[in-house]
Design a protein around this ligand. Sequence first.
Ligand SMILES: *[C@@H]1O[C@H](CO)[C@@H](O)[C@H](O)[C@H]1NC(C)=O
Ligand SMILES: *[C@@H]1O[C@H](CO)[C@@H](O)[C@H](O)[C@H]1NC(C)=O
Ligand SMILES: *[C@@H]1O[C@H](CO)[C@@H](O)[C@H](O)[C@H]1NC(C)=O
Ligand SMILES: *[C@@H]1O[C@H](CO)[C@@H](O)[C@H](O)[C@H]1NC(C)=O
Ligand SMILES: *[C@@H]1O[C@H](CO)[C@@H](O)[C@H](O)[C@H]1NC(C)=O
Length: 175
Amino acid sequence: MRIVFIALISLAICHSSAQSVPPPAATPTPAAPPNTTQEYLDVHNQARAEVGVAPLKWSQNLANATSLLVRYQRNQQNCSFANLTSGKYGGNQLWASGMAVPPRTAVEAWVAEKKFYNYANNSCETGHQCGVYTQVVWRKSLELGCAQATCAKDVASLTICFYNPPGNVVGEKPY
Ligand SMILES: *[C@@H]1O[C@H](CO)[C@@H](O)[C@H](O)[C@H]1NC(C)=O
Ligand SMILES: *[C@@H]1O[C@H](CO)[C@@H](O)[C@H](O)[C@H]1NC(C)=O
Ligand SMILES: *[C@@H]1O[C@H](CO)[C@@H](O)[C@H](O)[C@H]1NC(C)=O
Ligand SMILES: *[C@@H]1O[C@H](CO)[C@@H](O)[C@H](O)[C@H]1NC(C)=O
Ligand SMILES: *[C@@H]1O[C@H](CO)[C@@H](O)[C@H](O)[C@H]1NC(C)=O
């Protein structure tokens, strides 16, 4: 049995709070588009390295599954959170108003729950969602796939990552 945590984190990012999003570097030639796959991996794997957990590998299969799901949530569910409780993968979600968010911002929102997580007794401060962090650093999760959909002309975005094998197994510590 495991618990699937949903990130009920709503980032109220408005266009004026630009400090959370680095400005694009000025380049003389058109910049290559950012490698979002690498960015999702890098932020996860940095958080994992900080606690001595081996890196995740990208799974195109998981990425395709999240891509289908975010598009379904956008097109059929008014961009609301997906119900992941019966899925076979671990899942983290982020809904952000105002704009599409860089992969880094989404994953950092989950990692930010680290400060509310107490490793010694594997507990979380009341009112917080440490499960999104413990899934990021879950040692037995080996593969990652993520996708984002922007909703209603960019007034919101929904980001979903899947993890395989799933983490947050009841009674186990993440690492
Ligand atoms: C993006 O990064 C991934 C993971 O390292 C790599 O497999 C892929 O080839 C890169 N894509 C591009 C377009 O560079
Ligand atoms: C993922 O989707 C792409 C594009 O639809 C497809 O070409 C590829 O075969 C799929 N890969 C997997 C592992 O499902
Ligand atoms: C869809 O979501 C938007 C923004 O949260 C809301 O204003 C709208 O009423 C919702 N529409 C439906 C059909 O639920
Ligand atoms: C999510 O799905 C599970 C299993 O299918 C169901 O029991 C639960 O009520 C659903 N939750 C919501 C919020 O719809
Ligand atoms: C876990 O330990 C922290 C710090 O000692 C404490 O504040 C918290 O109440 C403990 N939680 C549980 C569920 O034991």
